[in-house]
Design a protein around this ligand. Structure first.
Ligand SMILES: [Zn+2]
Length: 297
């Protein structure tokens, strides 16, 4: 009897213990869940405020971006306007190299001015062609031979002569040809009529060379250094400086030939005079303002 009583007490004790353990665990669980909920709530508030901060930053950045965009547009407009007002002078020297090319290059270096040299092929002048390129000037095509009879007798002859010079210049300098071209005598010369037999020859040739990727330039300021065998220096200077007052972009025709020592002598006064007139100097590229006597459509 005693044994069954103690068994019943033990059962009741175990039952109570289990009850309290369950009660305790559920209390712990409730407290834990509640504290988790509190933490989650505070975390959510924190995230919410962070989100608001990010939103406000985005808003600020967007406003800043709009004002920067407006500033950029203003600066671009001002730059375009300033560029439109800048006058550019393109010094061009035809028919070289000559005995004067070295000194022409030294003068240009002295004034930190770049020019365009429309050259022909001259035997034994490799170093000068290289020097023109090395010193930052443009080596442009004025035909290999400059022989009117030859180059203006047919389009094929002209093209072959131009390509022959391009080949030589590439061999000598290692640089791709600029494909900047000046026709001997200009694109509207009438001498070509004698050899081609047609007044339509030059317009057709100009179109053909343009289609082949060449950009040809005539001039709008003539230094007149080729109008006599040896033009006087002051006439060259005055001619250029006066004619440049009428143009915004001056494409100036000069010659780099052995008899043209007065052109070399006139160069410093030409550069200084043009600087005083507010000109900047540049080389001819495919994008330069056109000075073409012959229209190519
Ligand atoms: Zn020439």
């Amino acid at each position: 009897m005693k044994t069954s009583e103690s068994k019943s007490n033990l059962k009741s004790l175990i039952g109570k213990t289990i009850f309290f353990v369950i009660l305790f665990l559920s209390l712990i669980g409730t407290v834990f869940t509640q504290s988790q909920a509190i933490m989650a709530k505070s975390e959510s508030k924190k995230l919410q405020s962070e989100l608001e901060e990010v939103k406000s930053s985005i808003n600020n950045l967007s406003q800043q971006n709009t004002s920067l965009q407006a500033e950029i547009t203003d600066k671009e407009t001002a730059y375009k306007k300033a560029m439109e007002n800048i006058k550019f002078a393109y010094l061009t020297f035809d028919d070289g190299p000559s005995i004067h090319t070295d000194k022409l290059l030294d003068t240009l270096d002295k004034y930190k001015v770049k020019a365009t040299f429309f050259v022909n092929y001259k035997e034994g002048k490799d170093d000068i062609y290289k020097d023109i390129v090395k010193r930052g000037h443009v080596l442009a095509n004025h035909t290999y031979s400059h022989d009117y009879k030859k180059v203006y007798s047919s389009k094929d002859n002209f093209i072959a002569d131009v390509e022959k010079l391009d080949g030589e210049l590439e061999r000598i300098t290692g640089a791709k040809p600029s494909k900047i071209l000046r026709f001997p005598g200009g694109s509207n010369n009438t001498i070509s009529w004698n050899y081609s037999g047609s007044s339509r020859f030059m317009p057709e040739l100009a179109k053909e060379m343009t289609n082949k990727g060449y950009t040809f330039f005539d001039w709008n300021v003539d230094s007149t250094d080729a109008s006599t065998f040896r033009q006087e220096k002051h006439i060259i200077v005055n001619r250029v400086l006066e004619d440049c007052t009428y143009v915004k972009h001056a494409n100036i025709l000069m010659h780099d030939l052995d008899p043209k020592d007065t052109t070399l002598e006139a160069l410093p006064e030409i550069i200084e005079g043009l600087k005083n007139q507010g000109f900047m100097f540049d080389v001819l590229t495919h994008d330069s303002p056109k000075a073409q006597f012959t229209e190519v459509n």
